[in-house]
Design a protein around this ligand. Sequence first.
Ligand SMILES: Nc1ncnc2c1ncn2[C@@H]1O[C@H](COP(=O)(O)OP(=O)(O)OP(=O)(O)O)[C@@H](O)[C@H]1O
Ligand SMILES: [Mg+2]
Length: 253
Amino acid sequence: MIKIEKLVLDKINSTYYSGKKKLAVLKDVTLYVQPGEFVSVLGPSGSGKSTILKTAAGLLRPDSGKVLIDGEEVTGLPQLVGYMPQQDLLFPWKTMWQNAALPLLAAGVSKNEAFDRVSEMLPLFGLKGFADYYPYQLSGGMRQRAALLRTMLIDSNLMLLDEPFGALDALTREQMQDWLLGIWEKFRRSVLFVTHSIDEAIYLSDRVYVITERPGKNAIEQTIKIDRPREKSILTTRDFTIYKQILINALAN
Ligand SMILES: Nc1ncnc2c1ncn2[C@@H]1O[C@H](COP(=O)(O)OP(=O)(O)OP(=O)(O)O)[C@@H](O)[C@H]1O
Ligand SMILES: [Mg+2]
């Protein structure tokens, strides 16, 4: 049987133009995500990580290179994938459940059914009892979980998550990592996860790509062979420390 990758980015080159200024952002970036795999992209600020996700989602057309989803070329074509941008982008004038239900409503699901389907998921996302709250009435972690719930409700088994926990305090962030792993183990979506936290990348991932400073290029690709399910005690193990050193070195070069 031929193995088909869920997502492939093949030699992506990308440039932004603002007026006459030209900014090379990605240089021959190549990566793949296998079905059910959790892959992280780690790189310094401004290295092009968000650009990688936008390119994967088909929201940006690269200068050259190809994007394949399920083996089909989709370069520059917006895809129905679970893309969660760097800001959570909940609409402030919609309640939490209305925000979460957007992909269902857009797909033609009735309001009643959408409400039921969102409600069903609320306990799993730590949002039970908050359906009618507006985003400003939720904590930062709750807003991120609501945005993740909305991303999960998109009918696609590929998720592109752009620093979903970047704005959270350390403790909440750690809780959210465990929670996300639980969700991922339950649903086994293919995930491409952007972060600039080394610990977060190791803790969550099957594989980690390190991207260099702009223009972003592949630095290294590191498989993380730590058994799952994982818990925070692995953070102090020898294996974890070795991976951490490898990634620190790659980021420093
Ligand atoms: N729409 C745009 N027009 C012009 N330049 C852009 C645009 N979007 C991003 N850039 C530039 O491209 C570079 C890469 O941006 P990108 O958002 O992909 O980086 P990043 O790795 O996600 O950074 P961060 O970790 O801070 O989120 C930056 O120098 C940024 O200024
Ligand atoms: Mg970014």
